[in-house]
Design a protein around this ligand. Structure first.
Ligand code: GRF
Length: 231
């Protein structure tokens, strides 16, 4: 009998409601999933996601960023202590609202992923849904990427696109994107944990990945009518 591959011990870092964390926990509830969630760490004691993690019987920790009064290195040293204590090998940022120092990011290079609510490289930073509406794009979406010292710029692992619909608000658009976040984040973390991600010239290649053909068009063009003389 072949021994099952060891699951990678993963920390999910949150600051708020933790719906992506919940999607990762749900995926990791399957013993065949290549990552196990060893820790949910929040920089805020009032993050709603902490209660969800505890309910799922996952270890939680709080390292209050405010307590460090802007000393980011000291804050990260305290986080590193928690990560080491739980034997963490991979980190998934899931609505974690602190920018990490280049030193921290380099220490975790290739083992640190983030989900961003836009189709990067469009709309890095905050307020992505309002900015997508203001720009008038027809397609919007989300991206899972490896984290590099430049915010929202690392190698892309997965993306999902959704149409922007007439009458959309930032909230309705965010809700449509969030459904897709919950699909692509578990998939991308799974590839990373299974060792299926390879970096080639700064871009990520996923071994044995498949992509559905076809295209998402928005709005749909009129059904083309045959020119008269072609009939
Ligand atoms: C998500 O939209 C994620 O893309 C962004 O922050 C939000 C976190 O939501 N980075 P949740 O806490 O996972 O529900």
């Amino acid at each position: 009998m072949t021994k099952a591959a060891r699951r990678r011990r993963t920390a999910v870092l949150i600051s708020g409601r933790g719906s992506n964390m919940a999607a990762l926990l749900a995926a990791a509830a399957d013993p065949a999933y290549p990552a196990e969630i060893a820790l949910v760490l929040s920089n805020r004691a009032d993050a709603a996601g902490l209660a969800r993690a505890s309910a799922a019987e996952v270890s939680t920790a709080v390292v209050e960023s405010r307590a460090f009064r802007g000393d980011r290195e000291a804050f990260e040293r305290a986080m590193e202590a928690e990560l080491a204590h739980h034997g963490v090998e991979l980190i998934a940022l899931a609505g974690f609202l602190r920018v990490l120092t280049p030193g921290f990011v380099r220490r975790w290079e290739g083992r640190l992923v983030n989900i961003h609510p836009s189709l990067l490289p469009a709309f890095p930073g905050l307020d992505t849904h309002a900015r997508a509406l203001a720009a008038g794009v027809r397609l919007h979406g989300c991206t899972v990427h490896l984290v590099t010292p430049d915010v929202d710029e690392g190698p892309i692992l997965a993306q999902a696109a959704v149409p922007v619909l007439p009458g959309d608000t930032a909230e309705s658009l965010a809700a449509r994107v969030l459904v897709q976040e919950h699909r692509i984040y578990p998939a991308a973390l799974g590839w990373l944990a299974a060792g299926q991600v390879r970096l080639v010239e700064g871009r990520a290649e996923i071994a044995a990945s498949t992509a559905a053909g076809g295209a998402l068009l928005n709005p749909l063009p009129e059904r083309p009518s045959l020119p008269r003389d072609a009939a």
